[in-house]
Design a protein around this ligand. Structure first.
Ligand code: NIG
Ligand code: FE
Length: 424
């Protein structure tokens, strides 16, 4: 199929974009892309590609932007229940970590998740994934972490594998057994740290090889934060995970700076995420590393907080910056990368071009898939978006509505055009 006549086709070619190189879109005006089966075969001008492939079935994208599908590299998209009541408590002045310390917050979602069957979890997660897909996310990372006991964590993994298999949204799975200290270990956080590192991780390794032998190992992530896992506990879990061959991620500096980002760099983690209270030392370490700095602007927005990721400093230090939604029931129930981009333009002071690169090629790098997705280049998976706008800067500029007209996933076209109601 020849996708042609795009007002602007954004290739994002050339690999992950470090530091001030962020924002290199590779714009082709009157652009076209040839896709066959699941892959991109050629990218260029409409005139060139039409001449080279005259008999191809075609998709006219006149007046539209064509670009790679968004990659959302940080979500907690599978959970039971909701936290609408907690949202109201926070508006009345209660702090997120105090609610958690009192047994609410993440732990209230843990209670709802533990009692939910796998069928219920799948049924409640599927529409979230479909909303992500309809707003242009073609691949998303998805974490466990609302089980905090072996059986429930494995149930979440199984549900995520089922949903990934079902498609169309593709998932990159992460084990976040270290998301909070569960109530039964309230007075023994070290005991739970040992359970995760000595028992859960070896079980996970075995389980994965049996249930998903063809997939790469999942990521292992830790919520490194006061009132969650301190630096020593985070190190212990991540070192064990690394020794078992798992790629690493970390939640660092969401509320306090306790050194999680530097730990991530030291352990060669794939990404360090949140990064709101990140110190100069941590920023410098990230800037010199391959660890992707994943910013989640929906989270401070969702918590109505003032501070966001110091993105400009991370770019000045040479860091690889990516964007994600953090979609979760507590801090940021947001399925839309378009909204994350709109926030990043305002609060991280990214240009639309920088935010787009952070949400595509760099986001793909944050889940180690930049070799297959994140840009429109021959040989890559045919995951792309047709946006009903003539200029890429409408991303960021506009917010709260869906600019996606069509999503192409592995070469298949899905229409998500704005519907309208007709009365008789
Ligand atoms: O990334 N910080 C930890 N995890 C989530 C919030 C999870 C929740 O509140 O349920 C986050 O913000
Ligand atoms: Fe998170």
């Amino acid at each position: 199929m020849l996708i042609h006549s795009a007002a602007q086709l954004l290739t994002l070619s050339g690999g992950p974009q470090r530091g001030r190189a962020l924002g290199t879109l590779g714009v082709i005006e009157n652009g076209a892309a040839l896709i066959r089966d699941e892959k991109i075969v050629a990218v260029g001008s409409t005139d060139e590609l039409r001449a080279a492939y005259p008999d191809e079935p075609s998709l006219d994208t006149s007046g539209c932007v064509v670009m790679p599908g968004f990659v959302d590299p940080h979500t907690h998209v599978i959970w039971g229940g909701d936290r609408a009541a907690e949202f109201e408590m926070r508006l009345e002045g209660k702090h997120y970590l105090d609610i958690l310390a009192a047994g609410g917050g993440i732990l209230s979602t843990v209670r709802a998740t533990r009692t939910a069957s796998i069928e219920t979890l799948i049924a409640q997660t599927r529409p979230r994934l479909l909303r992500m897909f309809a707003t242009g996310t073609t691949t998303a990372e998805a974490k466990t972490g609302y089980g905090l006991q072996t059986a429930t964590e494995l149930r979440l993994l199984k549900a995520l594998l089922t949903l990934d298999n079902e498609g169309p949204l593709e998932l990159a799975i992460t084990f976040l057994g270290a998301h909070a200290i569960p109530p039964e270990y309230k007075d023994d956080p070290q005991g739970y740290t040992d359970l995760v590192s000595k028992t859960m991780l070896p079980i996970l390794s075995q389980w994965w090889q049996t249930h998903a032998p063809r997939l790469p190992f999942p990521f292992v992530d830790v919520f490194c934060e006061n009132k969650a896992f301190n630096l020593a506990q985070s190190r212990r879990i991540l070192e064990k995970a690394k020794a078992l061959g798992f790629p690493l991620k970390i939640h660092a500096d969401e509320f306090d700076n306790i050194g999680g980002a530097s730990l991530a760099v030291e352990l060669e983690a794939v990404s360090a995420d949140h990064l709101v209270r990140t110190s100069q030392v941590d920023i410098a370490a990230l800037g010199k590393s391959e660890t992707v700095a994943v910013s989640l602007p929906c989270t401070p927005f969702g918590l109505a907080e003032r501070d966001y990721t110091p993105a400009q400093e991370i770019l000045d230090a040479g860091g690889i910056l990516a964007l994600a939604t953090d979609c979760n029931p507590g801090t940021a129930w947001c399925e839309s990368m378009q909204f994350a981009i709109a926030l990043a333009c305002r609060y991280l002071k990214l240009t639309p071009a920088q935010a787009i690169a952070a949400a595509t090629i760099n986001a793909a790098h944050a889940i180690r898939r930049a070799n297959v997705i994140g840009s429109l280049e021959p040989g890559k998976q045919a995951d792309l978006l047709v946006l009903s706008v003539p200029d890429y800067r409408h991303l960021g500029y506009r917010f709260g509505t869906n600019l996606v007209k069509q999503v192409v996933k592995c070469g298949r076209v899905y229409s998500v055009d704005v519907g309208y109601y007709r009365t008789a």
